[in-house]
Write a protein of this length. Structure first.
Length: 237
């Protein structure tokens, strides 16, 4: 039966979900073959029928269904112990758990206020109203209002990235000399920005920009396997 990877797709096959990128890189790292079952953002019933909840990604491995990216990463690590490790042991797993929570609480929130107004354009036209209504409900305001004063919002995100810049100024990857799951967690945030908005969110030149380029190039340039943003959108600065 093998492993099936369920992920949300956008307009013309784009993959704008940051959570899917964590698992795509984890699967590449573990050298695991898989089939893809794409679902649209508004197609929550397919996901609920499979997993009892409405979020992706999800994996179905020989009938074992797992959701939540952290749980999927742990499943892959434990189920395939003979493949390259995502964590490098118990200590690395614990640190990756911290990075997982840090990225969710410190990087994702300010980035939403930079890219969310652009994001509907990279979704299937039938998904745009769903995305807007659910995210505006969570924000308590329109996407445009949330992204007002873009220079200030971008500065706030880049300030949140300051620990990454310091770290990557002294080592090539978050995990040290080689990438592992903590890198994939953090990279997924920047991939979300690259594929969801024409705005450039990383200052250049910088250690962070160099790391992002290395991450994109991993696994036969995995980070560039899918379209970024619609033709005709603003050029990146």
């Amino acid at each position: 039966m093998g492993l099936t990877f369920y992920e949300r797709v956008g307009f013309e096959g784009r993959r704008p979900s940051p959570f899917s990128w964590r698992i795509r890189y984890a699967l590449a790292h573990k050298e695991i073959d898989f089939d893809v079952h794409p679902v649209r953002f508004a197609d929550v019933e397919t996901i609920r029928r499979l997993s009892g909840q409405h979020l992706t990604p999800i994996i179905d491995h020989d009938g074992q269904v797992t959701h939540e990216t952290w749980d999927i990463a742990n499943y892959l690590e434990d189920r395939f112990p003979d493949r390259p490790s995502l964590f490098g042991g118990a200590t690395g797993r614990a640190i990756a758990r911290f990075i997982n929570d840090w990225a969710s609480s410190q990087l994702s929130p300010p980035l939403r206020h930079v890219i969310y107004a652009d994001f509907p354009a990279v979704l299937d036209p039938g998904d745009r109203a769903y995305f807007r209504s659910t995210r505006e409900r969570d924000l308590g305001m329109s996407l445009e209002a949330a992204c007002a004063d873009p220079e200030k919002k971008l500065a706030a995100f880049q300030q949140a990235c300051a620990p990454l810049e310091r770290c990557l100024s002294t080592q090539p990857y978050v995990c040290g000399g080689a990438p592992a799951y903590a890198d994939y967690i953090v990279f997924s945030i920047f991939q979300w920005a690259r594929l969801g908005s024409p705005k450039e969110v990383v200052a250049k030149p910088s250690a962070l920009a160099d790391w992002r380029s290395r991450m994109i190039a991993l696994y036969d340039h995995l980070g560039d396997h899918f379209l970024g943003y619609p033709a005709g959108s603003l050029e990146r600065s």
